[in-house]
Every structure is written in structure tokens, then in C-alpha cells.
Design a protein around this ligand. Structure first.
Ligand code: ADP
Length: 454
């Protein structure tokens, strides 16, 4: 491999370009017209405008255009990042057909994990626990009503092809069911192109714990421990940290081993994450994300393993241990505690609506144990409404979780951003809340904690 096309934008495109440059690989960027000043474009060795005349997001979803640029520039491989085409099996297939390596799992694995109902079935076969619910898509309102009576309310309606915290609805009683079922189906159809739904018991106050997996093409598969992503707003992650500070060593081992078992059962390749909801008594598989995740950073900081570089080397056919040089599972250790805050231009005072406009002032934090992954935030930059509202990922690492929290408070206080609203003040309130800094936050912590909003 000599040259890689990055089929993405923003911070993750820059993250991948940095990995490539450390590996002495050439990089090709693609960019939409609205990203004319996007920093990923200037960081890459070559950059090409794609999707002229299309809607901005459509450019990064234009498989024909991206393959055309890859072939034209002689790229050996494509890294899809996260979002856009990262989990699109058609894209992976088209890359393969064009003789370009897709840096990710196989087409079959993307197909399997794209369907959350199918993924649950595979998890059950591998001996994992799943949340009580249907193992087949539901076909009628009456069937859902029957399930509600069986499991007891609340229940959750979920879109089979859903993602990004969207396509989910909590139903508290049978009276609410009919309207919610119809609405959930039409929303799913609109957002994911399929109205296939499944039903789960709604778990009360679980934690979201996920396990990072790396696997090569030679049958070697390992985990890099867990991340706690319980701090969410409306089912979307806000703050992530590694390791969990409340899991016992025994429970950690059980969860990590379950993730390994599932991924081994499908001969998984490349990087992936197995997500669980954890209660006091058990842990339940929810889904696999067959790609690099936004929060891979915190795992890198406690293991010293560069996940993006490893993805590239795996796709190039290298062996995890003998060529890439990773420690064997039983030799792998973690050190300290790492936390990530997703700094966005969401305005907490306006129902977290993304703000746009020119950044007048931008001063970023630094110092020992601090990592910033961003790129498009600088004085003079314009935040457009076209893409997601992530401005920069602020990460810290310290010896203990307590020290990491202190460092993150300091980091947030050093940001000076004027011209656009951000969620930094809100993040500080979360960090200062005892539920957070004692590691007790559950998935509904933010939504349930009124004092964070005053
Ligand atoms: P997505 O793919 O959209 O991220 P997930 O299935 O991973 O959806 O779920 C995202 C979040 O939604 C979880 O972390 C959790 O907070 C919440 N969630 C999902 N399923 C349930 C459930 N059955 N009970 C309680 N919360 C749930």
C-alpha cells in the first residue's frame, strides 16, 4: 500500500491523514463544494472536489465519484472513517470490484452488522445475552401489543437499520403504543429506507459499555478493553472514558471475553466495537459498530495502540502480532484513565440546536496529557449548517479517573471560542456533577438531571 483515499471529512479525515503520514503513505482527500476551506483538503497530499451540484452530504455518499477519484489517482485503498459510507456494504463491494482495498471488515460482515436484528441472532448463537425482545422484525401492531404485555412496559421500538441514536422510541403503556408504532415506522422509513422494526424491553438506567476489537486476516483477534459511554443526551454519546471505573475485574473480563467470542464467531476482520448495556445483575449485547468510532481516542490513550494505523496495516494483510507488533492479549495492559468530551457548536440554551457562523476567536488548550482532534476550528473559520456540529474532540489522560476529571475541567476552561455558541459550559456542569465524577452516570443521567440545564 502506498496511497490511501480518505472518503470522509472533518476531524476523522484529518485523524486518518495523520496516521497515513506517520506510516509514510500518500493521501488523497475528496471534498464537497461547501468544504472548500475544509482543513482535511489541505492536509492531504492531493485533494479533489466531488459531487459538484449535489447536496453537501450527498458528495460524501457518492460512490461513483469516490471510486472514480481513487482510480484516477492510483489509490491502493480507501479509508471510510465513520458515518457517511463507513458501514455501506455496496461501497465496500464496489471498492473490491475496482481492485481497491476497503479499510474495514468484509462485505458480508458489514451486511450482517448493518441489520441489528440479524446481529442479535448471531450474538445469541455465540452465547451472549441480548435484551429481552424480538429476534425477528415485528410485523403488526397487535404483535407489539402482545410483546408489551409479555415483557411489561416500558418497551423500546427500534429500527432494524437504525443508528446514531436515531430510530428509537420508548413506549410507556399500551395506550401510547399505536401512535408511537406508526410514527416510529414512518421515521425509520424516512431515515433508513426501511420501516422494519424490532422490540426490546426498555432497561432502566443501564450503563453503556463497549469493547474495542482488533482482528487481522490471519485469525488473530483481540480486545483493547472497554469504554464507558453512558453519558449521553437523547441516546447520543457526549462524554466517553476508558476504562470504566465501576466494573469489577471479573465483570470486565466477562464482557471483554463475550465481545471476543462474538467477533470470533463471524471471523471478524479489522477494527470493530461490540456494544453492551450493563445493569447491576447482567450485561446485554446491543450492537456491533463495524468501523472506527468517534471515541476510539480514549482507548488509544490507555493502551498506546494507534487504532487507525492498525486498521491500515490489517487491511494491508499484516499479522497483529508478528508484523504489527501488538502485545498478545494476555500481555496487553492499560494505564491510567482517559476522558473525551465532544465539543460541539450546539447551543444548550436553545435546545442544543447547532449554531453556525464565523469563529471570531479560537484559543485551544494544551499541556501534559491533552489531545485535541479537530481541524476545522480556528479564528476566521466559518461553521456551516451542512455537516455535523462536532468542533473538536478534547481528550485527556491522567493516572486516575479523578485526576483526568480535574485535567478535563482545566482543559475546558482554557478554551476561548467566540463567534459561535458551544456546549463547553454545559460540559463543565456535567464534569462538576457528583454523579459524573463518582462514575455513577447512567444512560439517562443528562436527560434526567434538571440542574444541568439551569
Ligand atoms: P444506535 O445504533 O442508534 O447508537 P443503540 O442500539 O446502540 O443505537 O443504542 C443507543 C443508546 O440507546 C444506548 O446506549 C442506550 O442508551 C439506549 N438504548 C438502546 N436500547 C435500549 C434499551 N433496550 N433499553 C434502554 N436503553 C436503550
Amino acid at each position: 500500500m502506498k496511497k490511501i483515499l480518505i472518503a470522509n471529512r472533518g476531524e476523522i479525515a484529518i485523524r486518518i491523514i495523520r496516521a497515513c503520514h506517520e506510516l509514510k503513505l500518500k493521501t488523497v482527500a475528496v471534498y464537497a463544494k461547501e468544504d472548500e476551506y475544509g482543513v482535511h483538503r489541505f492536509k492531504a497530499d492531493e485533494a479533489y472536489l466531488i459531487g459538484a451540484g449535489e447536496k453537501p452530504i450527498a458528495a460524501y455518499l457518492d460512490i461513483d465519484e469516490i471510486i472514480r477519484v481513487a482510480l484516477m489517482t492510483g489509490a491502493d485503498a480507501v479509508h471510510p472513517g465513520y458515518g457517511f459510507l463507513a458501514e455501506n456494504e455496496e461501497f465496500a463491494r464496489r471498492c473490491e470490484q475496482a481492485g481497491i482495498t476497503f479499510i474495514g471488515p468484509t462485505v458480508q460482515q458489514l451486511h450482517l452488522f448493518g441489520d441489528k436484528v440479524a446481529a442479535k441472532q448471531v450474538a445469541l448463537q455465540a452465547g451472549l445475552h441480548t435484551i429481552p425482545g424480538t429476534t425477528e422484525p415485528v410485523t403488526s401492531l397487535e404483535e407489539v401489543a402482545q410483546l408489551g404485555r409479555e415483557f411489561g412496559y416500558p418497551i423500546m421500538l427500534k429500527a432494524a437499520l437504525g443508528g446514531g441514536g436515531r430510530g428509537m422510541r420508548i413506549v410507556h403503556s399500551e395506550d401510547e403504543l399505536s401512535a408511537n408504532y406508526q410514527r416510529a415506522k414512518s421515521e425509520a422509513k424516512q431515515a433508513f429506507g426501511s420501516d422494519e422494526m424490532y422490540v426490546e424491553k426498555y432497561l432502566d438506567h443501564p450503563k453503556h459499555i463497549e469493547v474495542q476489537i482488533l482482528a487481522d486476516q490471519h485469525g488473530n483477534l483481540m480486545h483493547l478493553f472497554e469504554r464507558d459511554c453512558s453519558v449521553q443526551r437523547r441516546h447520543q454519546k457526549v462524554i466517553e472514558f476508558a476504562p470504566s471505573i465501576t466494573l469489577s475485574a471479573k465483570r470486565r473480563a466477562e464482557i471483554c471475553n463475550a465481545a471476543v467470542k462474538l467477533m470470533q464467531s463471524v471471523n471478524y476482520q479489522n477494527a470493530g466495537t461490540v456494544e453492551f448495556l450493563v445493569t447491576d445483575s447482567d450485561f446485554y449485547f446491543i450492537e456491533v459498530n463495524p468501523r472506527v468510532q468517534v471515541e476510539h481516542t480514549v482507548t488509544e490513550m490507555i493502551t498506546d495502540i494507534d487504532i487507525v494505523q492498525t486498521q491500515i496495516k490489517i487491511a494491508d494483510g499484516q499479522n497483529l502480532y508478528t508484523e504489527i507488533g501488538l502485545p498478545r492479549q494476555d500481555q496487553l495492559t492499560m494505564h491510567g484513565s482517559a476522558i473525551q468530551c465532544r465539543i460541539t457548536t450546539e447551543d444548550p440554551e436553545n435546545d442544543f440546536l447547532p449554531d453556525t457562523g464565523k469563529i471570531e476567536t479560537y484559543r485551544s488548550p494544551g499541556g501534559f496529557g491533552v489531545r485535541l482532534d479537530g481541524g476545522n476550528a480556528y479564528a476566521g473559520a466559518t461553521v456551516t449548517p451542512f455537516f455535523d456540529s462536532l468542533l473538536v474532540k478534547a481528550c485527556v489522560q491522567a493516572r486516575t479517573f479523578e485526576d483526568a476529571v480535574k485535567k478535563m475541567r482545566r482543559v475546558l476552561s482554557e478554551f476561548q471560542i467566540r463567534g459561535v455558541k458551544t456546549n463547553i459550559g454545559f460540559m463543565t456542569k456535567v464534569l462538576n456533577h457528583p454523579t459524573f465524577y463518582t462514575g455513577q452516570a447512567h444512560t439517562t443521567f443528562i436527560d434526567d438531571t434538571k440542574e444541568l440545564f439551569i
